[in-house]
Design a protein around this ligand. Structure first.
Ligand code: SDX
Length: 428
Protein backbone atom coordinates (compact mmCIF):
# COMPACT_ATOMS: atom_id res chain seq x y z
CA UNK A 1 0.00 0.00 0.00
CA UNK A 2 2.79 2.44 -1.01
CA UNK A 3 1.53 5.95 -0.32
CA UNK A 4 2.54 8.88 -2.53
CA UNK A 5 0.96 12.23 -3.36
CA UNK A 6 -0.60 14.37 -6.10
CA UNK A 7 -0.15 18.11 -6.60
CA UNK A 8 -3.04 20.36 -7.57
CA UNK A 9 -2.25 23.77 -9.06
CA UNK A 10 -4.83 26.51 -9.50
CA UNK A 11 -4.29 27.84 -13.03
CA UNK A 12 -5.75 31.20 -11.96
CA UNK A 13 -3.66 31.98 -8.89
CA UNK A 14 -0.82 29.54 -9.57
CA UNK A 15 -1.27 28.29 -5.99
CA UNK A 16 -0.40 24.58 -5.53
CA UNK A 17 -1.15 21.98 -2.91
CA UNK A 18 0.29 18.51 -2.41
CA UNK A 19 -2.22 15.91 -1.27
CA UNK A 20 -1.34 12.42 0.00
CA UNK A 21 -2.71 9.40 -1.89
CA UNK A 22 -3.50 6.04 -0.33
CA UNK A 23 -3.83 2.58 -1.84
CA UNK A 24 -6.11 -0.09 -0.37
CA UNK A 25 -5.47 -3.83 -0.50
CA UNK A 26 -7.57 -3.87 -3.71
CA UNK A 27 -9.49 -1.46 -5.89
CA UNK A 28 -9.12 2.23 -6.71
CA UNK A 29 -6.58 4.29 -4.72
CA UNK A 30 -7.73 7.57 -3.12
CA UNK A 31 -6.53 11.14 -2.77
CA UNK A 32 -6.85 12.22 0.86
CA UNK A 33 -8.43 15.69 0.58
CA UNK A 34 -8.75 16.23 4.35
CA UNK A 35 -6.33 19.18 4.26
CA UNK A 36 -7.62 20.67 0.98
CA UNK A 37 -9.74 23.46 2.43
CA UNK A 38 -7.15 24.52 5.01
CA UNK A 39 -4.24 24.56 2.57
CA UNK A 40 -5.99 25.48 -0.67
CA UNK A 41 -9.22 27.19 0.36
CA UNK A 42 -11.45 24.89 -1.72
CA UNK A 43 -13.97 22.09 -1.09
CA UNK A 44 -14.58 19.32 -3.62
CA UNK A 45 -18.00 18.90 -5.23
CA UNK A 46 -19.33 15.43 -6.15
CA UNK A 47 -23.17 15.19 -6.09
CA UNK A 48 -24.17 11.52 -5.67
CA UNK A 49 -20.62 10.65 -4.53
CA UNK A 50 -19.74 9.27 -7.97
CA UNK A 51 -15.96 9.48 -7.30
CA UNK A 52 -15.86 10.11 -3.55
CA UNK A 53 -14.96 7.56 -0.88
CA UNK A 54 -16.76 8.27 2.38
CA UNK A 55 -14.78 5.88 4.56
CA UNK A 56 -12.24 3.08 4.79
CA UNK A 57 -13.78 -0.38 5.11
CA UNK A 58 -12.67 -4.03 5.33
CA UNK A 59 -16.10 -5.61 4.84
CA UNK A 60 -17.00 -5.86 1.14
CA UNK A 61 -15.10 -5.32 -2.09
CA UNK A 62 -16.69 -4.66 -5.49
CA UNK A 63 -14.89 -4.50 -8.81
CA UNK A 64 -17.44 -2.81 -11.09
CA UNK A 65 -15.60 -3.37 -14.36
CA UNK A 66 -14.82 -7.05 -13.70
CA UNK A 67 -18.22 -7.67 -12.05
CA UNK A 68 -16.68 -9.01 -8.81
CA UNK A 69 -18.29 -9.05 -5.35
CA UNK A 70 -16.43 -10.35 -2.27
CA UNK A 71 -17.52 -10.40 1.39
CA UNK A 72 -14.38 -10.25 3.59
CA UNK A 73 -12.39 -11.51 0.55
CA UNK A 74 -14.63 -14.50 -0.25
CA UNK A 75 -16.25 -14.43 -3.75
CA UNK A 76 -20.04 -14.21 -3.62
CA UNK A 77 -20.36 -17.22 -5.95
CA UNK A 78 -18.56 -19.47 -3.42
CA UNK A 79 -20.47 -18.09 -0.43
CA UNK A 80 -23.83 -18.56 -2.20
CA UNK A 81 -22.85 -22.12 -3.10
CA UNK A 82 -21.17 -23.32 0.10
CA UNK A 83 -22.53 -21.29 3.03
CA UNK A 84 -25.90 -20.48 4.53
CA UNK A 85 -27.06 -16.96 5.32
CA UNK A 86 -26.26 -17.13 9.04
CA UNK A 87 -22.67 -18.20 8.25
CA UNK A 88 -22.44 -15.16 5.99
CA UNK A 89 -23.86 -12.98 8.79
CA UNK A 90 -21.15 -14.30 11.13
CA UNK A 91 -18.52 -13.60 8.45
CA UNK A 92 -19.67 -10.02 7.81
CA UNK A 93 -19.91 -9.24 11.54
CA UNK A 94 -16.66 -10.92 12.67
CA UNK A 95 -14.42 -10.92 9.59
CA UNK A 96 -13.97 -14.71 9.44
CA UNK A 97 -16.24 -17.66 8.61
CA UNK A 98 -17.39 -19.59 11.72
CA UNK A 99 -16.00 -23.04 12.56
CA UNK A 100 -18.48 -25.77 13.51
CA UNK A 101 -18.87 -24.73 17.15
CA UNK A 102 -19.06 -21.02 16.33
CA UNK A 103 -21.70 -21.73 13.68
CA UNK A 104 -23.86 -23.77 16.08
CA UNK A 105 -23.53 -21.12 18.80
CA UNK A 106 -24.43 -18.25 16.43
CA UNK A 107 -27.38 -20.20 14.99
CA UNK A 108 -28.61 -20.82 18.54
CA UNK A 109 -28.26 -17.15 19.50
CA UNK A 110 -30.22 -15.98 16.45
CA UNK A 111 -32.92 -18.66 16.85
CA UNK A 112 -33.47 -17.63 20.48
CA UNK A 113 -33.75 -13.88 19.83
CA UNK A 114 -36.51 -13.97 17.23
CA UNK A 115 -39.43 -12.90 19.43
CA UNK A 116 -40.45 -9.24 19.69
CA UNK A 117 -41.85 -7.54 22.79
CA UNK A 118 -45.59 -8.16 23.05
CA UNK A 119 -46.35 -4.41 23.14
CA UNK A 120 -44.30 -3.95 19.96
CA UNK A 121 -46.76 -6.27 18.23
CA UNK A 122 -49.44 -3.76 19.23
CA UNK A 123 -47.75 -1.11 17.05
CA UNK A 124 -49.11 -2.85 13.97
CA UNK A 125 -52.72 -2.16 15.06
CA UNK A 126 -52.00 1.52 14.47
CA UNK A 127 -51.43 0.93 10.74
CA UNK A 128 -54.26 0.66 8.22
CA UNK A 129 -54.42 -2.84 6.67
CA UNK A 130 -53.25 -1.34 3.34
CA UNK A 131 -50.15 0.36 4.77
CA UNK A 132 -47.09 -0.50 2.67
CA UNK A 133 -45.05 -3.10 4.58
CA UNK A 134 -41.89 -0.98 4.14
CA UNK A 135 -43.70 1.85 6.00
CA UNK A 136 -44.43 -0.58 8.84
CA UNK A 137 -40.83 -1.92 8.80
CA UNK A 138 -39.36 1.59 8.97
CA UNK A 139 -41.60 2.58 11.86
CA UNK A 140 -41.32 -0.61 13.90
CA UNK A 141 -37.55 -1.06 13.44
CA UNK A 142 -37.01 2.49 14.71
CA UNK A 143 -39.25 1.68 17.70
CA UNK A 144 -36.97 -1.17 18.80
CA UNK A 145 -34.79 1.49 20.47
CA UNK A 146 -37.68 2.04 22.94
CA UNK A 147 -37.35 -1.55 24.18
CA UNK A 148 -33.63 -2.09 24.69
CA UNK A 149 -32.50 0.65 27.06
CA UNK A 150 -30.09 -1.87 28.63
CA UNK A 151 -28.01 -2.24 25.47
CA UNK A 152 -27.78 1.08 23.68
CA UNK A 153 -24.26 1.99 24.80
CA UNK A 154 -22.59 2.13 21.39
CA UNK A 155 -19.13 2.15 22.99
CA UNK A 156 -19.67 -1.26 24.61
CA UNK A 157 -18.59 -4.07 22.21
CA UNK A 158 -20.85 -6.56 23.97
CA UNK A 159 -23.91 -4.30 23.60
CA UNK A 160 -23.00 -3.65 19.95
CA UNK A 161 -22.92 -7.38 19.25
CA UNK A 162 -26.20 -8.15 21.06
CA UNK A 163 -27.83 -5.35 19.07
CA UNK A 164 -26.51 -6.85 15.83
CA UNK A 165 -27.91 -10.23 16.83
CA UNK A 166 -31.27 -8.70 17.72
CA UNK A 167 -31.50 -6.88 14.35
CA UNK A 168 -30.70 -10.06 12.38
CA UNK A 169 -33.01 -12.21 14.51
CA UNK A 170 -36.01 -9.90 14.75
CA UNK A 171 -36.32 -8.46 11.25
CA UNK A 172 -38.02 -11.61 9.87
CA UNK A 173 -40.50 -11.54 12.79
CA UNK A 174 -41.29 -7.86 12.16
CA UNK A 175 -41.55 -8.50 8.40
CA UNK A 176 -43.92 -11.43 8.90
CA UNK A 177 -46.01 -9.37 11.33
CA UNK A 178 -46.30 -6.59 8.73
CA UNK A 179 -47.44 -9.16 6.17
CA UNK A 180 -49.98 -10.77 8.54
CA UNK A 181 -51.35 -7.31 9.40
CA UNK A 182 -51.80 -6.54 5.69
CA UNK A 183 -53.79 -9.74 5.10
CA UNK A 184 -55.79 -9.57 8.33
CA UNK A 185 -54.48 -12.85 9.70
CA UNK A 186 -53.24 -13.48 13.26
CA UNK A 187 -49.49 -13.15 13.85
CA UNK A 188 -47.60 -16.43 14.11
CA UNK A 189 -44.94 -16.66 16.82
CA UNK A 190 -41.43 -17.63 15.69
CA UNK A 191 -40.32 -21.23 16.30
CA UNK A 192 -36.82 -22.00 17.54
CA UNK A 193 -36.79 -25.41 15.85
CA UNK A 194 -36.94 -23.91 12.33
CA UNK A 195 -34.14 -22.53 10.16
CA UNK A 196 -33.81 -18.78 9.63
CA UNK A 197 -35.78 -18.77 6.37
CA UNK A 198 -38.00 -21.68 7.40
CA UNK A 199 -39.09 -19.58 10.39
CA UNK A 200 -39.84 -16.60 8.14
CA UNK A 201 -41.97 -18.74 5.79
CA UNK A 202 -43.74 -20.26 8.78
CA UNK A 203 -44.48 -16.87 10.36
CA UNK A 204 -45.77 -15.56 7.03
CA UNK A 205 -47.81 -18.48 5.76
CA UNK A 206 -48.80 -20.68 8.73
CA UNK A 207 -52.24 -20.12 10.30
CA UNK A 208 -53.45 -21.33 13.72
CA UNK A 209 -56.17 -23.39 12.05
CA UNK A 210 -53.90 -25.75 10.16
CA UNK A 211 -50.49 -27.44 10.18
CA UNK A 212 -47.82 -25.85 7.99
CA UNK A 213 -44.91 -27.64 6.35
CA UNK A 214 -41.93 -25.49 5.31
CA UNK A 215 -41.11 -26.11 1.64
CA UNK A 216 -37.35 -26.88 1.48
CA UNK A 217 -37.03 -25.43 -2.02
CA UNK A 218 -38.46 -22.09 -0.89
CA UNK A 219 -36.37 -22.26 2.31
CA UNK A 220 -33.14 -22.73 0.33
CA UNK A 221 -33.98 -20.17 -2.38
CA UNK A 222 -34.69 -17.48 0.24
CA UNK A 223 -31.49 -18.34 2.11
CA UNK A 224 -29.35 -17.84 -1.01
CA UNK A 225 -31.21 -14.63 -1.87
CA UNK A 226 -30.51 -13.25 1.62
CA UNK A 227 -26.80 -14.08 1.16
CA UNK A 228 -26.77 -12.29 -2.20
CA UNK A 229 -28.41 -9.22 -0.66
CA UNK A 230 -26.39 -9.25 2.58
CA UNK A 231 -23.97 -6.43 1.80
CA UNK A 232 -22.77 -4.19 -1.01
CA UNK A 233 -20.14 -1.80 0.41
CA UNK A 234 -21.20 1.88 0.50
CA UNK A 235 -24.59 1.72 -1.28
CA UNK A 236 -27.16 4.41 -0.51
CA UNK A 237 -28.88 2.67 2.40
CA UNK A 238 -25.64 1.55 4.04
CA UNK A 239 -24.23 5.06 3.66
CA UNK A 240 -27.45 6.33 5.27
CA UNK A 241 -26.92 3.99 8.23
CA UNK A 242 -23.32 5.22 8.54
CA UNK A 243 -24.30 8.90 8.33
CA UNK A 244 -27.19 8.53 10.78
CA UNK A 245 -25.04 6.44 13.13
CA UNK A 246 -22.17 8.95 12.97
CA UNK A 247 -24.13 11.29 15.29
CA UNK A 248 -23.94 8.60 17.97
CA UNK A 249 -27.63 7.82 17.75
CA UNK A 250 -28.83 4.33 18.66
CA UNK A 251 -28.33 1.60 16.03
CA UNK A 252 -32.04 0.83 15.69
CA UNK A 253 -32.68 4.41 14.61
CA UNK A 254 -29.77 4.27 12.15
CA UNK A 255 -31.07 0.99 10.68
CA UNK A 256 -34.58 2.50 10.40
CA UNK A 257 -33.06 5.36 8.38
CA UNK A 258 -31.34 2.83 6.11
CA UNK A 259 -34.64 0.95 5.72
CA UNK A 260 -36.38 4.12 4.56
CA UNK A 261 -33.59 4.79 2.05
CA UNK A 262 -33.69 1.24 0.69
CA UNK A 263 -37.41 1.66 -0.08
CA UNK A 264 -36.68 4.09 -2.94
CA UNK A 265 -37.23 2.74 -6.51
CA UNK A 266 -33.67 3.74 -7.50
CA UNK A 267 -32.41 1.37 -4.78
CA UNK A 268 -34.02 -1.63 -3.10
CA UNK A 269 -37.51 -0.58 -4.19
CA UNK A 270 -36.45 -1.53 -7.73
CA UNK A 271 -37.34 -5.21 -7.24
CA UNK A 272 -41.00 -4.27 -6.76
CA UNK A 273 -40.74 -1.70 -9.60
CA UNK A 274 -39.34 -4.35 -11.99
CA UNK A 275 -42.43 -6.54 -11.59
CA UNK A 276 -44.75 -3.55 -12.01
CA UNK A 277 -42.78 -2.67 -15.17
CA UNK A 278 -42.99 -6.22 -16.54
CA UNK A 279 -46.74 -6.26 -15.87
CA UNK A 280 -47.09 -2.88 -17.64
CA UNK A 281 -45.11 -4.11 -20.66
CA UNK A 282 -47.25 -7.24 -20.59
CA UNK A 283 -46.07 -8.84 -23.82
CA UNK A 284 -42.83 -9.28 -25.80
CA UNK A 285 -44.46 -7.39 -28.67
CA UNK A 286 -44.41 -4.23 -26.54
CA UNK A 287 -40.75 -4.44 -25.52
CA UNK A 288 -39.51 -2.16 -28.32
CA UNK A 289 -41.95 0.56 -27.22
CA UNK A 290 -40.60 0.46 -23.67
CA UNK A 291 -36.96 0.29 -24.74
CA UNK A 292 -37.65 3.47 -26.75
CA UNK A 293 -39.26 5.08 -23.68
CA UNK A 294 -36.22 4.13 -21.56
CA UNK A 295 -33.94 5.86 -24.10
CA UNK A 296 -36.13 8.96 -24.47
CA UNK A 297 -34.69 11.78 -22.36
CA UNK A 298 -38.12 13.40 -22.24
CA UNK A 299 -39.67 10.29 -20.77
CA UNK A 300 -39.14 9.61 -17.06
CA UNK A 301 -39.48 5.85 -17.68
CA UNK A 302 -36.37 3.84 -16.82
CA UNK A 303 -35.73 0.16 -17.38
CA UNK A 304 -36.06 -0.93 -13.75
CA UNK A 305 -33.57 -3.54 -12.63
CA UNK A 306 -31.05 -2.25 -15.18
CA UNK A 307 -27.95 -0.18 -14.57
CA UNK A 308 -25.72 0.30 -11.56
CA UNK A 309 -23.49 3.02 -10.17
CA UNK A 310 -20.58 0.61 -9.69
CA UNK A 311 -21.14 -2.40 -11.97
CA UNK A 312 -20.30 -1.57 -15.58
CA UNK A 313 -20.45 -5.28 -16.30
CA UNK A 314 -22.91 -7.97 -15.24
CA UNK A 315 -23.94 -7.75 -11.57
CA UNK A 316 -22.60 -11.13 -10.34
CA UNK A 317 -25.67 -11.48 -8.15
CA UNK A 318 -27.99 -11.13 -11.16
CA UNK A 319 -26.31 -14.11 -12.82
CA UNK A 320 -26.89 -16.32 -9.75
CA UNK A 321 -30.44 -15.05 -9.23
CA UNK A 322 -31.34 -15.73 -12.87
CA UNK A 323 -30.18 -19.34 -12.42
CA UNK A 324 -32.22 -19.73 -9.21
CA UNK A 325 -35.24 -18.25 -10.97
CA UNK A 326 -35.08 -20.99 -13.60
CA UNK A 327 -34.77 -23.67 -10.88
CA UNK A 328 -37.64 -22.27 -8.81
CA UNK A 329 -39.95 -21.86 -11.83
CA UNK A 330 -39.12 -25.44 -12.90
CA UNK A 331 -40.62 -26.49 -9.54
CA UNK A 332 -43.50 -24.08 -9.08
CA UNK A 333 -44.53 -23.61 -12.68
CA UNK A 334 -43.59 -21.02 -15.22
CA UNK A 335 -44.16 -17.29 -14.87
CA UNK A 336 -44.63 -15.49 -18.22
CA UNK A 337 -42.75 -12.56 -16.73
CA UNK A 338 -39.53 -14.67 -16.83
CA UNK A 339 -39.67 -15.02 -20.59
CA UNK A 340 -40.52 -11.32 -20.89
CA UNK A 341 -37.58 -10.38 -18.62
CA UNK A 342 -35.14 -12.57 -20.56
CA UNK A 343 -36.30 -11.09 -23.87
CA UNK A 344 -35.94 -7.58 -22.43
CA UNK A 345 -32.41 -8.41 -21.29
CA UNK A 346 -31.52 -9.90 -24.68
CA UNK A 347 -32.73 -6.82 -26.58
CA UNK A 348 -31.24 -4.27 -24.18
CA UNK A 349 -27.82 -5.94 -24.11
CA UNK A 350 -27.33 -5.43 -27.85
CA UNK A 351 -28.90 -1.97 -27.98
CA UNK A 352 -26.30 0.77 -28.45
CA UNK A 353 -27.85 3.04 -25.78
CA UNK A 354 -27.47 0.39 -23.07
CA UNK A 355 -24.13 -0.90 -24.37
CA UNK A 356 -22.63 2.63 -24.50
CA UNK A 357 -23.71 3.28 -20.92
CA UNK A 358 -22.74 -0.20 -19.68
CA UNK A 359 -26.26 -0.85 -18.43
CA UNK A 360 -26.69 -4.49 -17.37
CA UNK A 361 -29.31 -6.32 -15.28
CA UNK A 362 -28.69 -5.71 -11.57
CA UNK A 363 -29.64 -7.63 -8.43
CA UNK A 364 -33.26 -6.47 -8.68
CA UNK A 365 -33.98 -7.57 -12.24
CA UNK A 366 -34.86 -11.23 -11.65
CA UNK A 367 -35.24 -11.44 -7.86
CA UNK A 368 -38.89 -10.39 -7.85
CA UNK A 369 -39.81 -13.28 -10.14
CA UNK A 370 -38.45 -15.72 -7.55
CA UNK A 371 -40.19 -14.03 -4.64
CA UNK A 372 -43.50 -14.07 -6.51
CA UNK A 373 -43.04 -17.76 -7.37
CA UNK A 374 -42.68 -18.35 -3.61
CA UNK A 375 -46.00 -16.57 -3.09
CA UNK A 376 -44.45 -13.43 -1.61
CA UNK A 377 -46.65 -10.45 -2.50
CA UNK A 378 -45.34 -7.51 -4.54
CA UNK A 379 -45.32 -5.08 -1.58
CA UNK A 380 -43.13 -7.48 0.42
CA UNK A 381 -40.29 -7.66 -2.11
CA UNK A 382 -38.28 -4.75 -0.73
CA UNK A 383 -38.96 -6.07 2.78
CA UNK A 384 -37.12 -9.26 1.68
CA UNK A 385 -34.22 -7.09 0.50
CA UNK A 386 -34.19 -5.32 3.89
CA UNK A 387 -34.04 -8.62 5.79
CA UNK A 388 -31.04 -9.78 3.74
CA UNK A 389 -29.29 -6.40 3.96
CA UNK A 390 -29.80 -5.96 7.71
CA UNK A 391 -26.51 -7.71 8.47
CA UNK A 392 -24.63 -5.45 6.05
CA UNK A 393 -26.11 -2.36 7.64
CA UNK A 394 -25.26 -3.40 11.17
CA UNK A 395 -21.78 -4.63 10.18
CA UNK A 396 -20.91 -1.26 8.65
CA UNK A 397 -22.40 0.54 11.65
CA UNK A 398 -20.30 -1.63 13.95
CA UNK A 399 -17.11 -1.03 11.87
CA UNK A 400 -17.71 2.73 11.99
CA UNK A 401 -18.62 2.98 15.69
CA UNK A 402 -15.77 0.75 16.85
CA UNK A 403 -13.25 2.88 14.93
CA UNK A 404 -12.31 6.59 15.02
CA UNK A 405 -15.79 7.98 14.34
CA UNK A 406 -16.50 11.60 13.38
CA UNK A 407 -19.95 12.97 12.67
CA UNK A 408 -20.62 13.10 8.92
CA UNK A 409 -21.19 16.71 7.88
CA UNK A 410 -20.79 17.39 4.12
CA UNK A 411 -20.08 20.93 2.88
CA UNK A 412 -21.65 22.67 -0.16
CA UNK A 413 -21.18 25.03 -3.07
CA UNK A 414 -23.47 27.94 -2.16
CA UNK A 415 -25.11 29.56 -5.21
CA UNK A 416 -27.98 31.40 -3.46
CA UNK A 417 -28.51 35.13 -2.73
CA UNK A 418 -25.58 37.04 -1.28
CA UNK A 419 -26.21 39.04 1.91
CA UNK A 420 -29.00 41.64 1.66
CA UNK A 421 -31.16 43.67 4.12
CA UNK A 422 -34.77 42.86 5.01
CA UNK A 423 -37.06 45.46 3.37
CA UNK A 424 -40.05 46.82 5.29
CA UNK A 425 -43.22 44.91 4.38
CA UNK A 426 -44.56 48.00 2.59
CA UNK A 427 -41.58 47.82 0.29
CA UNK A 428 -41.81 44.08 -0.61
C1 SDX B 1 -29.58 -1.40 -6.09
O1 SDX B 1 -25.38 0.94 -4.92
C2 SDX B 1 -25.65 -0.29 -4.80
O2 SDX B 1 -24.78 -1.10 -4.63
C3 SDX B 1 -27.12 -0.65 -4.91
C4 SDX B 1 -27.47 -2.11 -4.88
C5 SDX B 1 -27.16 -2.74 -3.54
O3 SDX B 1 -26.97 -3.97 -3.50
O4 SDX B 1 -27.20 -2.02 -2.52
O5 SDX B 1 -26.78 -2.79 -5.90
C6 SDX B 1 -28.98 -2.35 -5.08
O6 SDX B 1 -30.05 -0.36 -5.71
C7 SDX B 1 -29.50 -1.76 -7.55
C8 SDX B 1 -30.07 -0.64 -8.48
C9 SDX B 1 -31.60 -0.77 -8.50
N1 SDX B 1 -32.19 0.37 -9.24
C10 SDX B 1 -32.73 0.20 -10.46
O7 SDX B 1 -32.73 -0.85 -11.10
C11 SDX B 1 -33.40 1.46 -11.02
C12 SDX B 1 -33.01 1.66 -12.49
N2 SDX B 1 -31.58 2.01 -12.53
C13 SDX B 1 -31.25 3.41 -12.57
O8 SDX B 1 -32.11 4.29 -11.98
C14 SDX B 1 -29.75 3.67 -12.41
O9 SDX B 1 -29.10 2.82 -13.24
C15 SDX B 1 -29.14 3.59 -11.02
C16 SDX B 1 -29.89 4.38 -10.01
C17 SDX B 1 -29.08 2.17 -10.55
C18 SDX B 1 -27.71 4.12 -11.13
O10 SDX B 1 -27.79 5.48 -11.37
P1 SDX B 1 -26.49 6.35 -11.72
O11 SDX B 1 -25.25 5.62 -11.44
O12 SDX B 1 -26.69 7.70 -11.10
O13 SDX B 1 -26.54 6.45 -13.27
P2 SDX B 1 -27.20 7.65 -14.06
O14 SDX B 1 -28.61 7.85 -13.58
O15 SDX B 1 -26.26 8.81 -14.02
O16 SDX B 1 -27.27 7.03 -15.52
C19 SDX B 1 -26.17 7.16 -16.40
C20 SDX B 1 -26.82 7.15 -17.77
C21 SDX B 1 -27.91 8.23 -17.92
O17 SDX B 1 -28.00 8.55 -19.29
P3 SDX B 1 -27.17 9.87 -19.86
O18 SDX B 1 -27.54 11.03 -18.95
O19 SDX B 1 -25.69 9.48 -19.70
O20 SDX B 1 -27.61 10.00 -21.24
O21 SDX B 1 -27.50 5.89 -17.97
C22 SDX B 1 -28.90 6.13 -18.09
C23 SDX B 1 -29.18 7.51 -17.53
O22 SDX B 1 -30.34 8.09 -18.13
N3 SDX B 1 -29.56 5.09 -17.31
C24 SDX B 1 -30.68 4.47 -17.66
C25 SDX B 1 -30.92 3.53 -16.66
N4 SDX B 1 -29.96 3.60 -15.74
C26 SDX B 1 -29.12 4.57 -16.13
N5 SDX B 1 -31.50 4.63 -18.72
C27 SDX B 1 -32.58 3.81 -18.77
N6 SDX B 1 -32.87 2.88 -17.84
C28 SDX B 1 -32.07 2.70 -16.77
N7 SDX B 1 -32.36 1.79 -15.87
Amino acid sequence: MADSSVTITHDGTGKSVQLPTREGTAGTPVIDIGSLNKSFGHFTLDPGFVATASCESKITYLDGSAGLLQYRGYPIEQLAEQCDYLEVCYLLLNGELPNGDQKSEFDHIIRTHTMIHESLRGFFDGFHYDAHPMAMMTGVIGSLSAFYHDSLDINDPGQRMITAQRIIAKLPTIAAAAYKHSVGQPFMYPRNDLSYTGNLLHMMYAVPAADYEVDPIAEKALDVLFTLHADHEQNASTSTVRLAGSSGTNPFGAIAAGTACLWGPAHGGANEAVLRMLDEIGDVSRIDKYIAKAKDKNDSFRLMGFGHRVYKNFDPRARIIKKIAHEVLATYGNDPRMELAMKLEEIALVDEYFVERSLYPNVDFYSGIIYRALGIPLEMLTVMFAIGRSVGWISHWQEMVSGKMRIGRPRQLYTGEVQRDVPAIKKR
